[in-house]
Design a protein around this ligand. Structure first.
Ligand code: ATP
Ligand code: MG
Length: 381
């Protein structure tokens, strides 16, 4: 008999012939996440098992963040040949629990001498003989005593929900435009959760935005990187471009032109990094640069698709999401973003592409963009 952790996966179940590929990747992601725990991780009979860890609690904290993990169950593995031992162990695992319970057996070894309803009844009865204070409720029990009969018997009560999604690396690569705000880290998280590898592009306007603003963005990338399995951050020097826009373009177009420059540069970095799409934290109508017309205008300069997972989200919902994934506090630190430098009083809200092109015509776009891309600073977090 030994303690281990049983990991259940979610959506991968739906995969047909590709399931082994997804499972292999998930196991490898779990191994990466638990490397410092020296844990053994293996796949057997549609479950992933973790054993021989330094600390079970630490392993669970790490496991629930791995995309592809549906839930995590601290379990006891035991020999299935002695049924009375199983009953005793189940009773032991109910110690300290009160109210109603239900035994939920799953027999994947069809040669086992009892079927699932028989196991439920027998173990339930055994528990009740020593715990008359408990009651069985088959519809809405306070506690589920799970017993899985596989190569061995596995018993668990606690089921801790995992992050869900798909293992990172199963679905291409994206370049996330990462500001220090609340939205873009959430957007990145949502995309990574679908199995997409991330790199991040941050536009940095020193000295208008200071060293601490950059550190804040790197901290946000670090939080993302736990679930996203490592993120390369490209910090783009953006001051010259912003100054030139401010100097040479009509004030009502400056924000929009700045956003188009961001897209062009991110597009170039994505090309280098092998990212197929760009991701931003925009949502329709949140600010002037996110009206439908403005989004069409910024999209027009990217050669690759721009994904905006928050497009239909209200701010309150984004904030709730940010709190849940642990980026909110860092996002709220009060350092300036380059977007808030040189903000015009009356930004255009219904821009047209041809007018925007005219407005940005005085800029030496190619040279400015080349300079910015050549002077990018790379940090792996
Ligand atoms: P919030 O609205 O909470 O400030 P935000 O910074 O993400 O969040 P905006 O400033 O409206 O929102 O910017 C819209 C999007 O543009 C961001 O979600 C982000 O993807 C991108 N973006 C803005 N500023 C930067 C920046 N300095 N570096 C990289 N991307 C940026
Ligand atoms: Mg912002």
């Amino acid at each position: 008999m030994r303690n281990l952790i049983m990991v259940r996966y979610g959506e991968i179940y739906l995969k047909g012939q590709n399931r082994p590929f997804f499972l292999k990747l998930l196991v490898s992601r779990i191994r990466d996440a638990l490397r410092c725990q020296h844990a053994k991780v293996w796949l057997n009979d549609s479950r992933i098992y973790v054993s021989d860890f330094d600390s079970q609690d630490e392993c669970i904290i790490r496991l629930v963040k791995v995309f592809g993990v549906h839930s995590v169950c601290p379990a006891v593995e035991m020999d299935k040949s002695n049924f009375e031992d199983i009953c005793k162990q189940a009773t032991k695992m109910m110690e300290g629990l009160h109210g109603t319970f239900k035994v939920q057996a799953r027999r994947s070894d069809k040669r086992f001498f009892m079927d699932s309803p028989q196991i439920n009844a027998a173990v339930g009865e055994y528990i009740l003989t020593s715990r008359p204070d408990l009651q069985v409720d088959v519809r809405k029990a306070d506690h589920l005593m799970n017993i899985e009969i596989r190569d061995n018997a596995y018993l668990y009560v606690k089921v801790i929900p995992g992050a869900g999604g798909m293992p990172v690396g199963s679905n291409g690569k994206a370049a996330l435009l990462l500001s220090g705000g609340i939205d873009s880290p959430v957007a990145g998280y949502m995309i990574a959760k679908r199995g997409v590898e991330l790199c991040a592009v941050h536009f940095y306007s020193f000295p208008y935005t200071g060293e601490r603003a950059k550190d804040k963005v790197l901290d946000l990338a670090r939080i993302l990187s736990v679930s996203a399995c490592g993120v390369r951050v490209y910090v783009v020097p953006f001051t010259e471009i912003q100054m030139k826009i401010h100097e040479l373009c009509p004030p009502d177009y400056t924000t929009l032109i700045m956003r188009r420059c961001m897209m062009r540069i991110a597009d170039r970095i994505a090309e280098k990094a092998g990212a197929q799409v760009l991701v931003t934290g925009e949502s329709i109508g949140q600010v002037a640069s996110q009206t439908m017309d403005a989004l069409v205008c910024t999209d027009a300069v990217s050669s690759r698709p721009v994904f905006r997972p928050l497009i239909g989200f209200d701010k309150v919902d984004i904030v709730a999401y940010a709190k849940q994934i642990g980026t909110y506090e860092t996002s709220c630190l009060p350092y300036e973003d380059c977007c808030t430098v040189f903000t015009p009083k009356h930004p255009v809200t219904h821009p047209k592409i041809d007018k925007t092109e005219l407005a940005e015509a005085p800029l030496e776009l190619q040279r400015l963009i080349n300079d910015a891309v050549e002077n990018v600073e790379i940090t792996d977090v």
